[in-house]
Design a protein around this ligand. Structure first.
Ligand code: ZN
Length: 254
């Protein structure tokens, strides 16, 4: 029964994240006015705003002008609900779940905004300081080094990569948004899980860019947002960093 509410909560937050993804880069308020169809300005009614169900009921079209609505709205809602549910199975219903929910929501919003606009809004990074400071409230300062070292080591590493990229390619290969995002992930997850997240980010980026290149969807010198890959790495590492570390160490210890 609690699982049902966690999923429902995830769908509702996912619906709100769609609004954030669309409006934050435009500098618009995320609370008002009500959403409208971008084509005919038809105001979305409460009935048309039910996560997933409205999309299916309307057949993926605006009820007024019949313009196709991107299935991505539904995808964002389902991804959010799914990750919330996985988190709940690991944390149970407590403060950890709420803090992870904030982090996961930010990760999802940042992923799609960076994908669309190649920016990572500072507002979202600043909200990340809430789950970022949470371990200090929960544990006192006993585990502070894990998180502080995580934030600084990932932040400085990416700052160095950004500089090397700048000198190697004579243009911005990695933006300051990426550097701040890496630092935030290190702060929230700690340096161990943070390093796993970044290793997964580079690995998934390499695989996906190679595939895009092979099918002719990417060119050499094209700027590719790195934020979405850091997000993939962070979410996988959030749940499976320890098995991944154990697996990796099994190659070193004979
Ligand atoms: Zn319309």
């Amino acid at each position: 029964m609690i699982e049902f509410f966690v999923i429902l909560f995830g769908l509702m937050i996912g619906s709100f994240l769609n609004v954030c993804i669309y409006r934050i880069p435009e500098g618009l308020s995320v609370v008002k006015p009500r959403s409208r169809c971008p084509h005919c300005s038809h105001q979305i009614t409460a009935f048309e705003n039910i996560p997933v169900l409205s999309y299916l009921f309307l057949g993926g079209k605006c009820s007024s002008c019949k313009t196709r609505i991107s299935p991505r709205y539904m995808l964002v809602e389902m991804i959010t609900a799914f990750i919330f549910w996985v988190t709940y199975t690991q944390t149970g219903l407590n403060m950890d779940l709420y803090m992870y929910a904030i982090f996961i929501s930010l990760v999802i919003a940042i992923t799609f905004i960076d994908f669309d606009h190649q920016i990572i809004p500072n507002t979202l990074l600043l909200i990340g300081l809430i789950p970022g400071l949470y371990p200090f409230i929960r544990d006192g300062f006993s585990s502070w080094s894990t998180y502080i070292i995580g934030g600084f080591s990932l932040g400085f590493s990416f700052y160095a990569i950004a500089w090397i990229g700048y000198f190697a390619f004579k243009k911005e290969a990695m933006g300051m948004g990426d550097v701040k995002y890496a630092a935030l992930i290190g702060l929230i997850m700690g340096w161990q899980a943070g390093i796993v997240a970044m290793a997964l980010a580079f690995f998934s980026a390499a695989v996906i860019i190679l595939i895009l290149f092979l099918i002719g969807k990417a060119n050499i010198g094209q700027r590719i947002p790195f934020g979405p890959y850091m997000s993939i790495g962070a979410i996988i590492s959030l749940f499976w960093s320890q098995p991944i570390i154990d697996w990796y160490l099994s190659f070193l210890v004979i």
